[in-house]
Write a protein that binds this ligand. Structure first.
Ligand code: UFG
Length: 329
């Protein structure tokens, strides 16, 4: 009896695989390595290189392994890239998801946990954002995930595929022992870029927009630790195995940090200057995203361990210092 993790070589997938293995679960990983890293995958997992859109390949994985549930985190997730190339996102994320659902149905696998995103909400009407709030994405990435949430409801209805959609806010940090962490090329996310500046790999940070309706004018985001996000996937797959109902849950810390505040916190953690300058707004960015995360706590039993942004930054800093070139040695 194994759990299949698609995208298990990526940032969130690799931490989820690692925790599953630590809990003595059998894990099968499918990853096309387009953005993931083979070295990020715990050696005790069975690894298949391939694409979830390749039906024959997925059939062979389902036939070779006794898969009881799927954690689907394989996706593209870069907001600005999706603004420039929306069809890339609808193809890989949404069409790829339809293919995965077809394979699951054909092979009688009916429990699915998948990554959704805070980007499904768009510009929120109220803070903190509740799961039931309106969903009006401001970028194709969020739209590609909202479509997935809509599609899976009908797959549930017709084929009995039960699902948990996890709407992540801004995932950050690394496994505290520094063995796995975040490694994107090119890097577009705020915290890893801040740390590249701290290390001297980039001259300065550009902060995109200081004229938003927030306290200091810069965007506000809710940072949630990757270890806590991994924990939520495992709780969610167990919740489904125990008969839990299909549902969507926010994963956030319920605390917002502005881009300027994040830089300040990183200056304190790293003891470096981190030069920063203001730059124009980045298209597609909502001004403030803060999660209400009570539902995941009460219904999944989610118990986040990292509630201090500085501790989260410390783990990311430890990873980046011990792996100056990421997974490339
Ligand atoms: N930012 C900068 N300078 C940079 C990079 C980012 O100012 O060099 C700003 C962005 O404009 C934004 C904030 O930092 O205001 C966070 O940007 P990220 O790119 O780190 O993250 P996003 O909020 O755009 O998106 C992330 C994930 C999405 C997820 C979203 C949910 O990448 O997958 O969080 O909140 F949907």
């Amino acid at each position: 009896m194994s759990i299949l993790v698609t995208g298990g070589a990526g940032y969130i997938g690799s931490h989820t695989v690692d925790q599953l293995i630590e809990q003595n679960e059998k894990v099968v990983v499918v990853d096309n390595l387009s953005t993931g890293h083979k070295a990020a995958v715990n050696e005790k997992a069975t690894f298949y290189e391939g694409d979830t859109r390749d039906e024959a390949f997925m059939d062979s994985v389902f036939k070779n392994e006794s898969i009881t549930g799927v954690i689907h985190v394989a996706a593209f997730s870069i907001v600005p890239e999706s603004m420039k190339n929306p069809l890339k996102y609808f193809d890989n994320n949404t069409v790829g998801f339809v293919k995965l659902l077809e394979s699951m149905n054909k092979n009688n696998v009916r429990n699915l946990v998948f990554s959704s995103t805070a980007a499904v909400y768009g510009e929120p009407r109220q803070i903190p954002i509740k799961e039931s709030d309106p969903k009006v994405p401001t970028n194709p990435y969020g739209e590609s995930k909202l479509l997935m949430e809509k599609i899976v409801r009908w797959a549930n209805e017709a084929y009995g595929i039960k699902f948990v959609a996890l709407r992540y806010f801004n995932v950050a940090g690394a496994k505290p022992d520094g063995s796995i962490g975040e490694d994107h090329n090119p890097e577009t996310h705020l915290l890893p870029i801040i740390l590249q500046v701290a290390k001297g790999e980039r001259k300065k940070l550009q902060i995109f927009g200081d004229d938003y309706l927030t306290e200091d004018g810069t965007n506000v985001r809710d940072y949630v630790h990757v270890m806590d996000v991994a924990q939520a996937h495992i709780l969610a797959i167990k919740y489904l195995a125990n008969g839990g109902m299909s549902d969507a849950f926010n994963l956030g810390s319920a605390t917002g940090f502005s881009n300027k505040q994040l830089v300040e916190a990183a200056r304190e953690v790293t003891g470096t200057e981190i030069p920063a300058e203001m730059a124009p707004r980045r298209p597609g960015d909502p001004s403030t995203l803060i999660a209400a995360s009570e539902k995941a706590r009460t219904e999944l039993g989610w118990d986040p361990q990292f509630d201090d942004i500085k501790k989260t930054i410390e783990t990311a800093w430890a990873w980046t210092q011990s792996h100056p070139n990421g997974y490339e040695e």
